[in-house]
Design a protein. Structure first.
Length: 341
């Protein structure tokens, strides 16, 4: 009996140590025109979201101007809801840092801070507490990118604000070569983890095998506080003569089920185009790989992450806020995923 009592106490102690921490679910907004659509705002209210991650712009190098320039900055046709804080996000093309010297990196940091501050005010917000920088840095761009982050955090417009970064799977595993960004917080991007350009049946959005390889033995010891981003998007990957030809925004699942246009390869996610389809720039013989995320995929990913993430309060961000994507998931689907953290 004494052994049983000790066992019960031990189990209770273990469960207590694994006590779940608060999770704050929300979304990315990744379109170029913000409109306060009731259906989308209802999801934020349903999640009791306190903030929304809003892409402000991409930044790329313009060879004609020989400088970094904003690409497709967002327009705010409507202000954000009063009860939702904005977390601005700036996407930096990685190769940008191979084109800039230290002086231009400092100039870029100053311009980003000013541009973001102005856009936040256009969104109807006077303040923000966090700026997220999205960049898939590599060994060749690491030093300049990290220098950019250091300079950015010294800007007066970002005083008392958090600068966070996005983190890919390979940067978790290859900690020594990738380095640790000079910030206090990152968000783990749990999507786009397979080989998009390789012909075949793999789902490049989400891949459990890739997570095992890159995260299982490395995630718990990663030294930064981690939020998590999960995918709910879908896309049509085009192959021509088994060579990657891009992603078609004009092809959806309903179109693929049109048997006059496409023939599915068995029960796979590959579809052969039977005739030319100029509306989408496609030719007879092109193959579409339809990649999507199911509620089961999300649940399995959240279960995996909950085993290896350090227990801490975090944001859980779904990519991205769009009613056409959200209709594939019920509130119960989302709540099961959230509960796993």
């Amino acid at each position: 009996m004494r052994k049983i009592g000790i066992l019960v106490i031990s189990v209770f102690f273990f469960v207590s140590c694994k006590q779940k921490m608060p999770v704050h679910p929300t979304f990315y907004f990744w379109r170029t025109d913000y409109q306060n659509k009731k259906a989308e705002t209802n999801y934020l209210n349903q999640f009791k979201s306190k903030s929304l991650y809003v892409r402000i712009m991409d930044v790329d190098f313009n060879p004609d101007l020989q400088q970094a320039v904003p690409v497709s900055p967002i327009k705010f046709s409507d202000p954000l809801p009063k009860n939702i804080d904005i977390i601005p996000v700036v996407f930096l093309v990685n190769n940008l840092f191979n084109q800039l010297d230290s002086q231009h990196v400092a100039l870029l940091a100053n311009r980003v801070a000013n541009f973001v501050d102005a856009k936040v005010k256009q969104a109807g917000k006077q303040h923000f507490t966090e700026l997220q920088i999205d960049c898939d840095w590599t060994k060749t761009t690491k030093n300049q990118y990290f220098n950019f982050l250091k300079i950015l955090q010294t800007n007066p417009l970002l005083k008392n604000k958090t600068v966070s970064v996005t983190l890919r799977l390979h940067q978790v595993k290859n900690l020594i070569s990738s380095g640790i960004p000079p910030v206090k917080k990152a968000i783990l991007m749990c999507y786009n983890m397979g080989n998009l350009r390789k012909y075949g049946q793999q789902n490049s959005i989400l891949n459990q095998h890739e997570m095992d390889i890159y995260l299982k033995d490395y995630l718990e010891s990663y030294p930064l506080k981690l939020d998590v981003a999960l995918p709910i998007f879908e896309w049509a990957v085009v192959f021509r003569k088994q060579q990657y030809a891009g992603i078609s925004k004009r092809v959806n699942k309903d179109l693929l089920l049109n048997k006059k246009l496409f023939k599915q390869q068995g029960s796979s996610i590959l579809y052969d185009l039977l005739i030319d389809y100029p509306e989408a720039g496609l030719k007879q013989g092109d193959v579409i790989r339809w990649e999507e995320i199911s509620p089961t995929d999300l649940l399995a990913t959240s279960s995996f992450l909950s085993r290896y993430l350090k227990p801490e309060e975090r944001n859980l961000v779904f990519y991205h806020l769009d009613t056409d994507l959200l209709k594939h998931f019920t509130n119960e689907d989302f709540q099961k995923v959230i509960a796993n953290f």
